[in-house]
Design a protein around this ligand. Structure first.
Ligand SMILES: *Cc1c(COP(=O)(O)O)cnc(C)c1O
Length: 400
């Protein structure tokens, strides 16, 4: 039936119909209360393997107290963009705190990791420039590359030899060059070959940019990220991170030289044209970094890794194939999208929430479940999830 009330928009209904036929249609699962290891989605209590809440900080008492205190003291909104009246002292304090944590000169906080990537790439490059990008880089990097209007060359995932080939082919490029990669890849949980990529960036005079969204709070000393983990301090011009995953709140940031940050203050469009964070968000992030850089933070990270090892070993014992993951992101490859969605929905009914991801988030034919354990899951919860995973996947003939 064509939609006669909004005839101009009827094509959207047709597009949704097509998504349904391709098993790409979903509804939003609704979380009843806090983001926790066991949580109630759509009215059903499940073991939650679906969040990026690596350290359980979304409901940490210290962060909660910091947010409430900031609301009492500063109110609920910043009231303007950073460049007009929306820069509060705590915004500056947080930027200093993050740049110190990351051992860089300066930092700028954006409204999200997405805008940090897209806003930065689009600001620093133009149409005469070249971007050399890993094929599995995050959508926000891809959008930033497109917005910049620079030429984009894509190298095979984590393949430094393929990257070197592109560097060689473009060695006489007249404009500026940027080599860009995720630190940890969000769908496979594998780690970028940063030392090799830094070698290439240095040899071919490229700026080097790393998006550490999934590794801040997870890898490196007290969660300083892949650059710290792989010993690449001083070799990466532009470090991006998010405040929305392990940090537990919302936002993104860019760390680097003082000049880079000053330039982004003047030219990054999400920074210029979108209101700054509410003070409660900023105060939450300050409390999160203080926690991360303490003994309690190190303990949370070590619990996250213990849980990761336990869960990934358990997946192998259940008969799931080994994955390329080197982090708490645990992909369970299924292949066929319809089958992956079926597995996810049967698991949900059996009490485990591990979302299915298919095209276009991952390549066609590489549909999977994406399970993430956190520091706050108990071994008992993880074992129960593993038992259910094995039982349901065997029932659906995904493992034997
Ligand atoms: C999640 C993610 C982002 C976006 O971060 P938000 O703060 O959620 O906007 C950027 N890059 C990567 C690699 C991510 O996984």
């Amino acid at each position: 039936m064509p939609n006669t009330k909004w005839p101009q928009l009827a094509y959207l209904g047709a597009a949704l119909e097509e998504l349904k036929q391709q098993h790409r249609y979903f509804h939003l699962r609704v979380l009843a209360a806090e983001q926790k290891p066991v949580a109630t989605f759509d009215g059903k209590k499940v073991i939650n393997l679906s969040s990026n809440n690596y350290l359980g900080l979304t409901s940490h008492p210290k962060l909660r107290r910091a947010a409430i205190a900031a609301i009492r003291k500063y109110g609920v909104g910043a009231g303007a963009v950073r460049t007009i009246a929306g820069t509060m002292r705590i915004h500056m304090d947080l930027e200093r705190q993050i740049s110190k944590f990351k051992h860089t000169e300066a930092c700028v906080v954006f409204q999200s990791g997405f805008t940090a990537n897209a806003g930065t790439v689009a600001a620093i490059l133009g149409k005469d420039d070249l971007i050399i990008s890993d094929e599995l880089n995050h959508a926000s990097i891809i959008d930033g590359c497109r917005l910049s209007k620079a030429t984009i060359r894509v190298f095979k995932h984590k393949d430094t030899a393929d990257c070197a080939k592109i560097c060689e082919e473009t060695k006489d490029w007249p404009g500026r060059k940027l080599l860009i990669t995720d630190g940890v890849f969000s769908m496979d949980g594998d780690i970028a070959p940063l030392p090799g990529l830094c070698d290439l960036a240095e040899k071919y005079n490229c700026m080097m940019m790393v998006d550490d969204a999934h590794s801040s709070g997870v890898l490196g000393r007290n969660g300083r990220g892949t650059i710290d983990h792989l010993g690449c301090h001083g070799r990466v011009d532009i470090q991006v991170g998010t405040l929305s995953k392990a940090i537990g709140a919302m936002g993104g940031y860019v760390c680097g030289s003082r000049e880079l940050i000053e330039f982004l203050y003047h030219r990054a469009r999400p920074f210029l044209f979108s209101t700054s964070h509410p003070p409660s968000v900023t105060a939450t992030c300050q409390a999160a970094f203080s926690l991360l850089d303490s003994r309690a933070g190190a303990e949370l990270i070590s619990r996250l890794w213990e849980n990761t090892r336990y869960f990934q070993k358990g997946l192998l014992q259940q008969g799931f194939p080994a994955s390329a993951s080197e982090t708490p992101i645990s992909p369970i490859l299924v292949g066929d999208a319809a089958k992956a969605y079926e597995l996810s929905s049967e698991l949900f009914e059996a009490g485990v929430y591990a979302p299915a991801v298919g095209y276009p988030t991952v390549a066609e034919g590489k549909a999977r479940l994406r399970a993430i354990v956190t520091a706050t899951h108990t071994p008992k919860e993880l074992q129960k999830a593993l038992d259910i995973l094995g039982r349901v996947a065997r029932k659906l003939d995904i493992i034997h």
